[in-house]
Design a protein around this ligand. Structure first.
Ligand code: GLC
Ligand code: MG
Length: 535
């Protein structure tokens, strides 16, 4: 087992870090009530140290009615009672630091919960009040104001406006329980700057910014016009000013940002990564890319090319709490990710998907930049099909029940194969049911198995930390047979991924560092397999 590694002292740790995403509700249950919590997370930090990650990102752990899994925040300065207390969070941050693991928190600036005191006061105070100016309240259209103020499309299915009893409507790009804040209001800006300081003061090393490209709205709230360049609420120019002021605060603490920026336009995306704005942003081009050699190579090239001019490192992500788990996605006919094509009952070859996910792990970890791992990815957990009567995700309900939603990637983790609920820690049934066979993926079952996904990840992360050539730095494509991706990194490090249907010869090398599968008896690299070599 890998010994706890010393913290990276360099200021630029984030340029090539491996960051583990914890969805606290489903990570580990410390008090046995069926919901994961901070006590559970503290007790399992050693798993992250053994795995060898540099940092851990917690999705929102704040006081919340949990309509959208905590992305509906009622109080940014309090921990939700189901998760624990502020003191518990402070202990967790300190304990992680002792193990050399930094903590990143998730800030959701686009909206708050409808139970947030600001929103409750706004509803109470009535039309024309200063309280309403913190949100987007408007009279409706139509003879009696019975129609929503504009036609903006929602980020989830369903309407973007909801009417309050006095007749005004308020804007919510997500659920009605997530009213959008008015970022033109100075109090909204001040409050968020203060929240950043609150968490930086508590020793967090970074902040993930939720829905980072949505905060600023066209002030006219004009109808959505197809074919017009500027979208009324995505990627508005005013955002950059906000992130410049945030960057100045982060710099005081040596903290970093990672933005959730879903933007197809590479040039517009890179603007968020200018030296006085965000340090990094998630790379959704790579996450949504199918398991096809030409597409992957193009996604890698485009990513590196768009980051280079602003000097920001790329991030690489294969899955998160919003998307289909990797082994499942790669085992389907359509290996791309798209919210629009999610469906119940999609046929899946999990053996094939797992082989590819193992190869993708080595590919991803060999690329220049930082890597995000989503809890359970290191266990090779598949997407679960959650019984309809147990689904909690609002995306499912707002689609009218056609979209299975995101609960399938949020199933409570299996830790001990022989314990109740696979060692998640709950006395009773966990908040989402674990499917049959879940215990086979348990951490203790995989720990001593040389062939397991967990062993592959532990070895890969150890090599990435101890061998030369990984992380930041140049990447050079090497000549390779059709369907094969081969590239060199500094110090003769080579990565070869075979996406063709037949085994291929390895390039000349001195040493084989790691293989995601088993070479053929004559030393060739099988289909859907990757290898790290020292040339
Ligand atoms: C982000 C989160 C997602 C959440 C949404 C609204 O996309 O990742 O889980 O539902 O924002 O806050
Ligand atoms: Mg609990």
């Amino acid at each position: 087992m890998a010994a706890p590694h010393p913290p990276r002292t360099a200021d630029h740790w984030w340029r090539d870090a491996v960051i583990y995403q914890v969805y606290p509700r489903s990570f580990a249950d410390g008090d046995g009530d069926g919901i994961g919590d901070l006590a559970g997370a503290r007790a399992r930090l050693s798993h992250l140290a053994d795995l060898g990650v540099d940092a851990v990102w917690f999705t929102p752990w704040y006081a919340s009615p949990m309509v959208d899994g905590g992305y509906d925040v009622a109080d940014y300065r309090a921990i939700d009672p189901a998760f624990g207390t502020l003191e518990e969070a402070e202990k967790l941050i300190a304990q992680a630091a002792e193990m050399g693991i930094r903590v990143i928190v998730d800030i959701v600036p686009n909206h708050v919960s409808d139970q947030h005191p600001w929103f409750r006061a706004a509803v109470e105070a009535g039309p024309g009040s200063p309280e309403r100016e913190l949100f987007h309240f408007r009279p409706g259209r139509g003879e009696h104001g019975e129609l929503p103020p504009n036609d903006w499309p929602s980020q989830f299915a369903g309407p973007t406006w909801t009417r309050v009893p006095d007749g005004e409507w308020y804007l919510h790009l997500f659920t009605p329980e997530q009213p959008d804040l008015n970022w033109d209001h100075p109090a909204v800006r001040r409050e968020h700057e203060d929240i950043l300081r609150f968490w930086f003061e508590r020793g967090v090393a970074g902040v993930r910014i939720d829905s980072a490209a949505l905060l600023v709205k066209d002030p006219a709230l004009a109808d959505f016009q197809e074919g017009v360049d500027a979208h009324p609420y995505i990627d508005q120019d005013g955002l950059h000013d906000i992130y410049r002021s945030w960057r100045a605060i982060a710099d005081e603490y040596g903290a970093v940002f990672v933005g959730e920026v879903w933007l197809p336009d590479a040039e517009r995306f890179a603007r968020y990564l200018r030296p006085d704005e965000l340090h990094t942003a998630f790379n959704f081009t790579f996450l949504t890319c199918p398991w096809e050699p030409d597409r992957l190579r193009a996604a890698i090239d485009d990513t590196l090319a768009e980051h280079a001019p602003v000097g920001a490192p790329a991030t690489w992500v294969l899955c998160n709490h919003d998307v289909t788990r990797t082994v499942t996605r790669y085992g389907r006919e359509d290996t791309a990710f798209d919210f629009a094509t999610k469906a119940f009952g999609t046929p899946t070859d999990l053996d094939l998907g797992t082989r590819r996910a193992r190869a993708a792990a080595l590919l991803t970890l060999a690329l220049p930049g930082s890597v995000y791992l989503y809890q359970g990815e290191e266990l090779g957990l598949p997407e679960a099909e959650v019984p309809r009567d147990r689904i909690q995700d609002p995306m499912h309900f707002r689609s009218g029940g056609t979209d299975p939603g995101r609960d399938g990637c949020r199933i409570p983790l299996p830790w001990n194969a022989d314990a109740p609920h696979a060692g998640f820690g709950s006395r009773d049934e966990p908040w989402l049911p674990q499917p049959a066979g879940w215990a086979a993926y348990a951490v203790d079952r995989q720990s001593d198995d040389p062939e397991s996904m967990l062993t592959l990840y532990r070895r890969a992360l150890l090599l990435r930390r101890t061998e030369k050539g990984f992380g930041d730095g140049p990447l050079t494509w090497l000549p390779a047979p059709e369907g094969v991706l081969a590239f060199g990194r500094p110090h003769g490090l080579l990565c070869v991924v075979n996406l063709s249907a037949t085994p291929v010869e390895l390039p000349p090398h001195e040493r084989l560092l790691l293989c995601s599968g088993t070479l053929t008896p004559d030393g060739r690299l099988p289909a859907d397999t990757a290898v790290w070599l020292r040339g």
